[in-house]
Design a protein around this ligand. Structure first.
Ligand code: SIN
Length: 539
C-alpha cells in the first residue's frame, strides 16, 4: 500500500519540527523518526543559539566571527542572510513558548553566553539544556497540530526518485532527477512501507557516530546524507568534521559533553599537574576556535601520553556554577566528580559535520522536490569550521526558508502526472542469522575512522582507511540484498557510506584548513583549494 502525504519530513530535531509546523499551515505533513520523537541530537544541545541581541554586538561582528571560523570557505551571502534572520527566528521560538534565560524584564533582555570564536556575548540559552527547551517546545506545538502526523519507530531506507526528460522539439535536452518520497521500514511490523510525497525534507542530523568517540547519541548515523548521495544528490565538504574539545572522560560516561559555555564562563584547561597550556597555542587561549582547542588537546595528549586533560572552573562561586550548569553539574556528580571542587577530565570527540547534502539558499538539493536542513545539509554557512552555536541558528533559518521555497515548488507539481511507484520487493530475502556481521563492521568502521581519519590526518592513513572501507562497503552490500532489512543494517549501511565519503573528501583536499589537518600538507593552499569538495554519484 502506498501512503500519500504533501510533505514528508524525515527527522524530529529542531530543523524537521520547525519546518513541519510551518508546512502544516499549507498541507498535510507526515513526520517519521527512527526512534521516539524527542530522541534527537537537538534535545542534547547544551550551549545555545547564536544571535545578535547584545548591546555591544552587531550583525557585522557576528558575520566577521563566522567567516573567520570558516577559514575562507563560508559562502558570504549565506552568512549574512543567516546572521540577519537569526533574531526573528528566536522571537518565533519565544512565541511558541520557549523560555530562555533572561538578564532583565524586557522581552529581549536575554542573558547572553560567550563561546569560543565569538567576539561578543551572543549565545541565547536555557541554562545548559537549551536543546531540550527548544525540542520540548516544538514537540508540544507539533503534537497539537491537526495537520501533522508523527510516526515513531519508522526508519527511512531509501529515497524514491524518478527521472523526467525535458524535451525541446525532438531533442531530449535534460534528464531531471525528482524525489517523490521514501521507502520506510516500520520497525514495529518489520515491513517496508512506500511513502509518496510532494516534498521530502531530510532533517536527519549528522553522522558523528561514524567515530569511536563522539558527543552524539547512537542515532547520528548520517542517514540523510547517505540516502541523498545514493539518490544522486551532491554532497559537500565532508572532510570537515568538528571535534568538540571537551567531552567528559570517564569509563562509564558515553558521549557526555561539557559545554563550551563552561569555558565561556571562565573555566580553564589544565594538564594533570594543573598547568594551563592553551597560551602556547593561541592568544585567545581557551576561547580560541574549536579546531585550535581540539588540536591543542590532541597534541598535549600525544606529547604526555595522558588519557585526558582537565577543565577547571573551581575558582568560580559554587552557587553560580550549579545554577548556570545544573545538568552538567549533576551529571558529573553521578560519575563522582564535583565540578565546583575539582577539575573535570575531558577529551576531544567527534561532534558535528560541517559538510552534508549540498543545498542552495533555500535548503533545496540538486534533486527536485528534495530539501535538506540542519546538520544533514551543507549550506555554505560553516565553511571549514562551524562557529559555536551557529548550528541551531542555521537549522531555524533554513527550515523557514525551505518552507517558503518548498511550498512554492509544491504548487507547481502536476498531480495529473501519476508516477508508478514500485513497492519494496522483499520476496527473496530471509532473516539473517549473522548479526555478528553488523556488529563487527559497525565497530571496525568507528575504530578505523578514529585512528586513521581523526583530528590529525595523513595521506598514508587516509589511503589505508579507504582500502578498508571499500571492502567493508562491498561486504555490507552483499549482505544487504540477501537478508531482511533491519534498522541496524540500514544504519550500518548509511554509516559505512558516509565514512567512505568522508575519507574520499579528505583525500581530495591536499592542504590544511579549518577542521581538516593533514600533516603532509600543513599549510593552507588558497591557490588550489579555496573551494568546496563536492562528491556526486554517477547514476
Ligand atoms: C557546546 O555547548 O559546547 C556545544 C555548542 C555547539 O556545538 O555549538
Amino acid at each position: 500500500m502506498i501512503k500519500k502525504t504533501d510533505f514528508l519530513v524525515i527527522g524530529t530535531g529542531i530543523a524537521g519540527l520547525s519546518y513541519a509546523l510551518k508546512a502544516a499551515e499549507f498541507g498535510k505533513v507526515t513526520i517519521i523518526t527512527k526512534k521516539q520523537i524527542k530522541k534527537t541530537n537537538t534535545a542534547l544541545a547544551q550551549g545555545g543559539v547564536a544571535a545578535v541581541f547584545g548591546p555591544m554586538d552587531s550583525f557585522d561582528l557576528h558575520i566577521k566571527d563566522t567567516l573567520a571560523s570558516g577559514d575562507g570557505l563560508c559562502n558570504k551571502e549565506v552568512v549574512a542572510m543567516v546572521v540577519k534572520d537569526g533574531p526573528e527566528r528566536i522571537r518565533e521560538l519565544v512565541r511558541l513558548g520557549a523560555a530562555f534565560n533572561k538578564a532583565g524584564d524586557g522581552e529581549e533582555d536575554f542573558s547572553l553566553g560567550q563561546e569560543g570564536g565569538h567576539s561578543a556575548k551572543r549565545i541565547v540559552y536555557a541554562h545548559d539544556l537549551t536543546g531540550k527547551e527548544i525540542e520540548d517546545t516544538l514537540v508540544r506545538n507539533v503534537e497539537a497540530h491537526r495537520n501533522i502526523t508523527v510516526l515513531e519507530d519508522y526508519i527511512a531506507v531509501n529515497l524514491i526518485t524518478f527521472s523526467s526528460s525535458i524535451r525541446s522539439g525532438l531533442l531530449v535536452t535534460q534528464h531531471e532527477n525528482i524525489c517523490c518520497g521514501a521507502y520506510v521500514l516500520n520497525n514495529q511490523t518489520g515491513t517496508i512501507e512506500t511513502f509518496y510525497s510532494g516534498i521530502t525534507l531530510l532533517a536527519t542530523g549528522g553522522a558523528s557516530k561514524v567515530y569511536l568517540y563522539t558527543s552524539n547519541p547512537d542515532i547520528a548515523t548520517g542517514d540523510g546524507i547517505a540516502m541523498a548521495y545514493r539518490a544522486g544528490a551532491s554532497v559537500a565538504n565532508l572532510e570537515f568534521v568538528q571535534f568538540h574539545p571537551t567531552c567528559l572522560f570517564h569509563p562509564e560516561a558515553k558521549n557526555f559533553l561539557i559545554s563550551e559555555a563552561v569555558r565561556g564562563e571562565g573555566a580553564v584547561l589544565v594538564d594533570s599537574k594543573g598547568r594551563r597550556f592553551m597560551d602556547k597555542y593561541s592568544p585567545d587561549k581557551e576561547l580560541a576556535c574549536r579546531d585550535v582547542v581540539a588540536r591543542a588537546i590532541d597534541s598535549e595528549l600525544k606529547k604526555t601520553g595522558a588519557d585526558s586533560v582537565f577543565l577547571d572552573i573551581t575558582h568560580k562561586d559554587p552557587g553560580f556554577v550549579k545554577n548556570r550548569f545544573p545538568n552538567i553539574y549533576s551529571k558529573c556528580l553521578e560519575y563522582g566528580i564535583d565540578m565546583t571542587k575539582e577539575p573535570i577530565p575531558v577529551v576531544p570527540a567527534a561532534h558535528y559535520m560541517c559538510g552534508g547534502v549540498a543545498t542552495d539558499l533555500n535548503g533545496k538539493t540538486d534533486i527536485h522536490r528534495l530539501y535538506a536542513v540542519g546538520e544533514t545539509a551543507c549550506t555554505g554557512l560553516h565553511g571549514a569550521n562551524r562557529l559555536a552555536s551557529n548550528s541551531l541558528l542555521e537549522a531555524l533559518v533554513y527550515s523557514h526558508r525551505a518552507y517558503h521555497a518548498s511550498v512554492e515548488e509544491f504548487k507547481t507539481i502536476s498531480h495529473k502526472i501519476t508516477v508508478s511507484l514500485d513497492l519494496w520487493d522483499a520476496t527473496s530475502t530471509t532473516d539473517s542469522d549473522e548479526a555478528i556481521v553488523v556488529s563487527h563492521n559497525w565497530d571496525e568502521i568507528r575504530r578505523l575512522m578514529w585512528n586513521y581519519v581523526g583530528i590529525v590526518r595523513s595521506d598514508k592513513r587516509l589511503q589505508r582507511a579507504l582500502r578498508r572501507i571499500v571492502n567493508i562497503n562491498e561486504e555490507i552490500n552483499e549482505y544487504y540484498w540477501d537478508f531482511k532489512v533491519t534498522s541496524d543494517l540500514i544504519e550500518l549501511r548509511n554509516l559505512a557510506t558516509v565514512a567512505e565519503l568522508i575519507i574520499r573528501s579528505a583525500l581530495m583536499r591536499k592542504e590544511s584548513r579549518g577542521l581538516h589537518y593533514n600533516i603532509g600538507y600543513p599549510e593552507k593552499d588558497d591557490m588550489n583549494y579555496l573551494k568546496h569538495t563536492i562528491l556526486k554519484k554517477n547514476l
